[in-house]
Design a protein around this ligand. Structure first.
Ligand SMILES: *Cc1c(COP(=O)(O)O)cnc(C)c1O
Length: 446
């Protein structure tokens, strides 16, 4: 590689001393970085350091060290690990469910070639994700069959497309949900060509509203769980147990999108629907997300009657929304492994959280204050989870977020609240260091 001649006086222009690209790339430390980075990235870092020297920002002698430092700091992906100190368990902006150790190990094992669609005993092709399917059915014996797709929204898309085509999807006006970032489930359903048949009113929808709407052009009846809001007061909704009979008589599938991902009732969230109950009550299909309260990877799981699942599985769209091998591996490991982190966080004992929080508050000169945790976008709308937080100077919120490790807290009432519910206990030492560093950074700026 040749370098352009530098303008200016021969020998006196310091820019002539800037190390050449080929010399830098031959440096043992820099060459070693090529083992973990593409040549394009390494050359980019070299050029950036040379440009800084050319503009006079650094001296030519500092270029080599600058390149080495930049190579050392560069993570292999821009997604940074975060300590979630918000007390919100299923935090969509922070990647929802943190995976269990078992699921992380399964991800690693599945990262290379793997028998995801191959029977090693016979050498023949096999059903994709058979292990994940078996784990789901073992965890939820009420389901005859299960199908895993990319996410909950994809499951809803596939179910309404395969069952309704251009026919009608019957949905209560009380369940016209926007799930976040402007995405509306009714729009998702109609985007497939299905027509929405709205029934009932915002606050009350009766069994007769549904049965009056059923006709030969009905593709399916849909119940959407209002996982991120609640309608209270003068309300009524037809339960699945009452809808099931009329739907079966009319041979129309009853689909329940539960969102949250509870396989069985959770005593701490009495209002949250679960798969086992919905299937026992007569739903033909139940849809859940993998990365909410189930505590696994991003996935959409459809459980229910074998014959209805088969209609979904053989629809061409099934291929476009299928789950990848990493999700299948992590999902199976989550279901077969110990209690996942989200359920641990949900079931945190307030007294033990108080003790742990008080100890840490002492170490960082913060104040122990009551602070309710939340389930978050994953369900349990508005249910407060009694807990505690450390109240700190509000100036610490920004340096905590941008520090290493990045710690995300809640700013409320002019204070920075640090909630340990979703922070693994073994990270407490790093939280202390992060707060002390943030305080030093805030002082330095102030
Ligand atoms: C979260 C949710 C979805 C979307 O699921 P994703 O896995 O985020 O695609 C759909 N329906 C309901 C009721 C939900 O709560």
């Amino acid at each position: 590689m040749t370098e352009r001649p530098q303008p200016g006086g021969e020998g006196t222009d310091p820019r002539r001393r800037i190390p050449r690209t080929d010399h830098l790339l031959a440096h043992p430390g820099i060459a070693a970085a090529a083992a973990t980075m593409s040549q394009r990235v390494v050359v980019g870092i070299v050029h950036a350091a040379q440009a800084r020297a050319r503009s006079g920002e650094i001296t030519p002698e500092l270029v080599e060290g600058e390149v080495l430092a930049a190579l050392g700091d560069r993570p292999s992906a821009s997604l940074r690990p975060v300590l979630n100190a918000t007390g919100v368990i299923v935090h969509t902006n922070l990647g929802r469910a943190p995976l269990s150790a078992a699921a992380r190990a399964a991800l690693d094992a599945a990262a290379g070639y793997t028998d995801v669609e191959f029977d090693l005993a016979t050498g023949a092709r096999s059903r994709r994700g058979a292990g994940a399917r078996a784990a789901i059915l073992a965890a939820c014996p009420e389901a005859e069959d299960a199908l895993v797709v990319n996410n909950g929204a994809a499951a809803l898309l596939l179910a309404t497309t395969a069952l309704a085509g251009t026919g009608e999807v019957v949905l209560s006006r009380g369940e016209m949900i926007e799930i976040g970032a402007g995405f509306r489930l009714p729009d998702l359903i109609t985007s497939t060509g299905a027509r929405l048949r709205e029934v009932g009113t915002t606050n009350r929808t009766h069994l007769a509203d549904y049965t009056d709407a059923l006709h030969p052009g009905t593709g399916c009846v849909l119940r959407l769980h209002t996982s991120n809001y609640r309608i209270t007061g003068f309300t009524s909704a037809a339960p699945i147990s009452e809808l099931a009979g009329p739907c079966r008589d009319a041979d129309i599938p009853l689909v329940a999108d539960l969102g949250s991902g509870l396989l069985a009732p959770e005593p701490l969230l009495p209002e949250e629907p679960d798969v086992a109950t919905a299937l026992r009550d007569g739903a033909d299909l139940v849809i859940i997300s993998g990365d909410k309260l189930l505590g696994g990877p991003q996935a959409g799981i459809v459980l229910g009657r074998a014959e209805v699942i088969a209609r979904l599985a053989r629809h061409p769209m099934a291929r476009a929304v299928r789950a990848d091998k990493l999700a299948l591996a992590a999902l199976e490991a989550t279901l077969e492994g110990p209690v996942p982190p989200v359920l641990d966080a949900l079931r945190t004992d307030p007294a033990r959280l108080c003790e742990r929080t008080a100890l840490l508050a002492d170490r960082i000169e913060g104040r122990l204050v009551p602070h309710d945790g939340r389930v978050g976008g994953g369900g349990g709308a508005e249910v407060p989870l009694p807990g505690w937080a450390i109240s700190l100077e509000v100036e610490l919120a920004a340096p905590l977020r941008t520090g290493d490790p990045a710690v995300v807290t809640t700013v409320q009432g002019g204070r920075c609240l640090l909630d340990l519910r979703c922070v693994p206990v073994e990270e407490d030492g790093r939280v202390v260091e992060a707060v002390l560093a943030a305080r030093a950074a805030a002082r330095g700026r102030g």
